[in-house]
Design a protein around this ligand. Structure first.
Ligand code: HEM
Length: 499
């Protein structure tokens, strides 16, 4: 009997060893990259990176070429660093998976629905993802994202409050955009999904924003602490109570707070995002992911997704943008002149965006060079694909490396220079360049791109039209970034001068 058990155990170990060998040492053998023997369980190759992730990854891209293997975490990972390969890959249907969908920490932390999918849009796959994403897209458009005037009114309200706060803070010292922006941008999403408005210094909103910031910091794909936390998430509470880590408790707190706040809303076919979702739940058939308990938990998943995906990203983007404007005062002056020429003393508006070629060009250059975008968000192959003649198996993580995509010297001469003029033609007209990449590609690209671009435009133009943003005494401004899901700037102070 005991020998039968022994044989069974050995067989199981043997089968596991063969599968492991195939996955980590055989399937991706055609690809360049560091040795697969250096890919450790749980960490992958990420332990090799060190402090300066962009610098290390730039060196890898130079050494291994535009497509290479570098395991970020436990999944075999293919890094794509060239625009054409990225676009070709993202046209393939099996590329529409999300790596988080199979990660144990995400599945255990948030739970899964009756079809085995993670709740919400950002981490689910297959028909559930398609159904949830379609609803999110259509209904964000209906509650404002798709209506320029409504969208402008919602964002403008927050921009104006922020401008008042900036003026006051500058009088008594300096302005910390990293603190001010997330709450202002959070309020935009909050209003769209719940119809509620809240003040930018409302303790609830400040706490919600802090929760998110802390969670974001833990999500860097290469951060060993974050990786450990992902796999030992059951210890998170103990470690949190001991003050060692905070990230996961924060995201659950965020979900529960949102759930509590929206519990009083009722189904309404023409209401805000949550009310429309509740209406959809009421009329869902049993096959639908909106049906019953699943539907309600997908609602919380959607709300958390919108906060995570829609706030910190935009706020971090703007924090970097204002830093660029401080570092390049001549760019700021050109934008200001253009705004004065088009709007005079009136406020900038979205409907006249096309009359502002230099401003447009600066925004596109900020998207291209923004240190926030080191990597895109990881995808997952849902079945085997062929990438430029290289077979890539199912459940491989695909991570576009945006730095080499956006800094390809063949597409953008002197790629590291911040030069908005590169996007103006000889008549001074703005030239849109689709190779500038930050919001993803294909069927799974960012749902909130329109909203994010409207926010970027309105926050930038209102600030520059009202103020000259200047360096605070004694501050040094660099583009050094800190890892997270979006790479953040070191905190900095600025002063403003009314125009
Ligand atoms: C500067 C701001 C933003 C940046 C840089 C950004 C970037 C991205 C990227 C790179 C992705 C993954 C795309 C892919 O897999 O190809 C994504 C997905 C997503 N974004 Fe954004 N985003 C921003 C703002 C927003 C806003 C304002 C919203 C909400 C209204 C939003 C909602 C989402 C959602 C829900 C997804 C998941 C889509 C899916 O998995 O199907 N994002 N975003």
């Amino acid at each position: 009997m005991s020998s039968t058990v022994g044989v069974a155990v050995l067989t199981l170990i043997g089968v596991y060893a063969v599968k492991y060998f195939k996955k980590y040492f055989w399937d991706l053998r055609h690809l360049n990259g560091p040795s697969p023997f250096l890919s450790l369980p749980i960490f992958g190759h990420a332990w090799m990176i060190g402090d300066d992730i962009p610098r290390y990854m730039d060196q890898c891209a130079e050494k291994y070429g535009p497509i290479f293997r570098f395991d970020m975490g436990y999944l075999p990972t293919v890094i794509i660093g060239r625009y054409d390969d990225y676009v070709d890959a993202y046209k393939l249907e099996p590329m529409n998976g999300r790596a988080w969908s199979i990660m144990p920490f995400v599945r255990n932390l948030f739970g899964t629905d009756s079809k085995g999918e993670v709740f919400g849009v950002g981490s689910s796959n297959g028909p559930v993802w398609a159904e949830q994403r379609k609803f999110m897209h259509i209904n964000l458009n209906r509650v404002g994202m798709g209506k320029a005037k409504e969208l402008e009114e919602i964002v403008e309200q927050e921009v104006e409050v922020m401008c008042e706060r900036v003026a006051k803070l500058s009088e008594v010292g300096g302005v910390d955009f990293q603190k001010l922006l997330p709450v202002a941008i959070n309020n935009v999403i909050w209003r769209m999904i719940t119809g509620k408005t809240s003040k930018q210094d409302d303790p609830f909103m400040v706490e919600l924003t802090d929760c998110m910031n802390r969670h974001f910091e833990t999500l860097s794909p290469s951060n060993p602490i974050s990786t450990l936390q992902q796999y030992f998430h059951r210890c998170t509470k103990v470690a949190t109570d001991l003050g060692i880590i905070k990230g996961f408790k924060d995201i659950l707190k965020l979900r529960d707070t949102v759930a509590e706040q929206i519990s009083e809303l009722q189904p309404e076919s023409e209401g805000n995002f949550v009310e429309r979702f509740l209406f959809e739940i009421e009329s869902a058939n049993p096959e639908s992911s909106f049906y019953g308990k699943d539907g309600r938990r997908h609602l919380f998943g959607n709300a958390v997704d919108l906060f995570i995906a829609g706030t910190e990203t935009t706020a971090t983007f703007m924090t970097w943008t204002f830093k660029f404007l401080i570092m390049y005062p001549e760019v700021q002056e050109k934008i200001s002149n253009e705004l004065c020429h088009v709007f005079g003393s009136a406020k900038p508006s979205l409907d006249r965006r096309d009359e502002l070629p230099y401003t447009h060009a600066t925004i596109q250059e900020t998207i291209r060079l923004n240190p926030l975008g080191v990597f895109s968000v990881a995808r997952l192959t849902l079945s085997p694909i062929n990438l430029k003649g290289t077979p890539i198996p199912k459940h491989t993580q695909i991570l576009p490396y945006l730095r080499t995509i956006n800094r390809d010297p063949k597409s953008f001469p002197d790629p590291n220079e911040f030069r908005p003029e590169r996007f103006l033609d000889q008549d001074g007209k703005f030239v849109f360049d689709e190779r500038v990449t930050l919001f993803g590609k294909g069927k799974r690209k960012c749902v909130g791109e329109v909203l994010a671009k409207a926010e970027i435009f309105l926050f930038l133009t209102h600030m520059v039209h009202n103020f000259r943003i200047k360096p605070a005494p004694g501050q040094i401004y660099t583009l050094k970034s800190n890892p997270g899901l979006a790479f953040t700037s070191d905190p900095y102070q600025a002063v403003v001068e009314s125009r």
